[in-house]
Design a protein around this ligand. Structure first.
Ligand code: FAD
Length: 483
């Protein structure tokens, strides 16, 4: 009954709202605009419970939660209904909590440098931005420390090119020759190294779990609802594909989605913030064709399905990455920066003195399967340890204490995030695919996405080049510095 009253009142409001919004620069509160279709009515009478909101954010990791935060804190609007749906609110497989939470300025694309720079300010002020009134002050264990990118002779041109872009974008760097590296870091072997670049501002690391927990708590204090729901289909698309109307979700235990009761979500705007699984979520409405298990939305005759823009997938997939923690009492002190070796191996200090974390992206031939989060310790022994020991002789006698794996939200087209509407659906925004640098950028990405959702334009940073259209027009923007 309550739902029927809600649906009826949505329709009654729609005409008035349309004319009101035509004269406004704000994005419409579309949930109140939508006509009720036969499919929606059928679902409404069959399924319990249903969720009604202005913004349905699918994916409650750092990106989705930051979008919710910025919708709520945007100067123009505070009263929108925002619901964040995530299939696992314990975040056991979410990239955010499995990341190493590092932030840097040293990217090759100006937008990425800006995103990280603005995000650094947000993270540095996490206490004032995220503490909930009358609760303990937020502490995300933020540590300021630089990334040191090392280059061999053949890599110096690339390093200099990137440095030029970084400095032009306001990054503060210190450049080292091989000799000066030897002087400043006597514990490092630099025989094969021609130079290095150290970030001296706006770089460091923080605790991902504390950050996400604080963000969620703050969001909930502002009225954002978090609902555990596995989105399984988009059963209704109206106006020949211009707007998504209803999302079907399995609410319940993420381990047993098929046993969970179904529910429906009616929202004005849908946000795909599913990280590594954003491509899979896209396939539910046929973006990139039918999914392997045939579970994509299956309207046979609608014109939008024939639209060539639907053929291109959201080019994001999970890529498994390992993080190893090791102990080496004789290793470099706690001032050890985040060192990025020319081989791709990285290491930095972590926690108490003598502890470090490290990792490396596997080559395309070595890409592990993504069906589980098991760690391959041989990868450390064969691919990482020899390089660590050659670079820092003290690391010859290290001991691995533990390790974990997580999924990079990998954009296999240009290793960069996507922030923008899908060209076929004007209420379906994608914010995902930051390819291993998403947690550090999440504050500024959330702000940019919220601006699009609320104002239909970027107000602070111009992120136009990060739109989905770049794949269709083949205007890719390669990020060279993926660690
Ligand atoms: C080992 C490792 C180290 C990393 N280190 C860094 C680093 O140092 N710095 C950095 O900036 N980044 C790093 N990253 C990358 C960073 O973690 C990600 O870019 C970022 O966390 C992405 O955030 P997200 O919110 O998009 O994704 P997630 O945190 O994965 O959130 C997406 C959410 O969507 C949910 N979801 C998916 N499908 C559905 C569905 N159908 N229905 C409902 N919910 C769904 C998932 O449950 C998940 O919680 C690292 C990643 C890994 C794996």
């Amino acid at each position: 009954m309550l739902r029927q009253r809600l649906v009826a009142s949505l329709v009654a409001h729609s005409c008035a709202l349309r004319s009101q919004l035509q004269s406004s620069s704000q994005r419409p509160n579309v949930s109140q605009n939508l006509p009720v279709t036969s499919v929606q009515k059928r679902n409404a009478s069959r399924l319990e419970p249903s969720y009604h909101c202005d913004f349905a954010i699918i994916g409650g990791g750092a990106i989705g939660s930051s979008i919710a935060y910025h919708i709520k804190t945007h100067k123009a609007n505070k009263d929108f209904d925002v619901i964040v749906f995530d299939r696992d609110l314990n975040y056991s497989r979410s990239s955010t909590v499995l990341s190493v939470g590092s932030i840097r300025q040293q990217f090759s694309i100006p937008e990425n440098i800006q995103l990280s720079k603005d995000s650094f300010q947000f993270l540095e002020n996490a206490k004032s931005n995220l503490t909930v009134f009358s609760e303990d002050p937020v502490d995300i264990s933020f540590k300021k420390s630089g990334y040191l990118f090392l280059a061999t002779k053949s890599g110096m041109d690339r390093l200099h090119q990137n440095n030029a872009t970084q400095i032009a974008s306001g990054a503060k760097l210190k450049l080292y020759s091989s000799d000066s590296l030897k002087e400043v870091y006597p514990w490092m072997n630099v025989d094969d190294i021609a130079g290095g670049s150290l970030g001296i501002e706006n770089e460091g690391w923080f605790d991902p779990w504390s950050f996400l927990s604080a963000l969620r708590k703050k969001n909930e204090s502002m009225g954002v609802q978090y609902v555990q729901a596995n989105i399984v289909s988009f059963p209704d698309i109206i106006d020949r594909g211009e707007q998504l109307n209803v999302v079907r979700a399995a609410i319940g235990d993420p381990a047993f989605p098929s046993a969970s009761p179904l529910s429906v979500i009616y929202a004005g705007e849908y946000v795909n913030a599913c990280g590594a699984w954003a491509g899979q979520l896209g396939r539910l409405i046929g973006i990139g064709g039918k999914s392997e298990d045939g579970s994509c939305y299956d309207f046979l005759t609608d014109g939008w399905r024939m639209d060539p823009r639907m053929q291109f997938p959201i080019p994001i997939m999970p890529r498994k990455r390992y993080v190893y923690v090791f102990h080496c009492p004789n290793g470099p002190g706690i001032k050890c920066p985040m060192v990025v070796d020319p081989s791709g191996v990285y290491f930095r200090s972590e926690g108490p003195a003598g502890y470090y974390i490290c990792g490396k992206c596997p080559s395309p031939e070595q890409e592990p399967d993504t069906h589980n989060l098991e760690v391959d310790y041989d990868f450390f022994d064969e691919e990482i340890w020899p390089i660590l020991a050659a670079r820092v002789p003290a690391f010859e006698s290290l001991k691995v204490t533990h390790a974990w794996a997580g999924f990079y939200d990998y954009n296999f087209m240009d290793r960069n995030g996507i922030i923008g509407y899908h060209p076929v659906f004007d209420n379906y925004l994608i914010a995902a695919g930051f390819s291993g640098h998403g947690i550090q950028m999440s504050p500024a990405v959330g702000r940019a996405a919220a601006e699009l959702l609320l104002k239909d334009k970027f107000e602070t940073l111009d992120m136009t080049r990060f739109g989905f259209d770049r794949f269709l027009s083949n205007q890719l923007i390669y990020e060279q510095n993926v660690v």
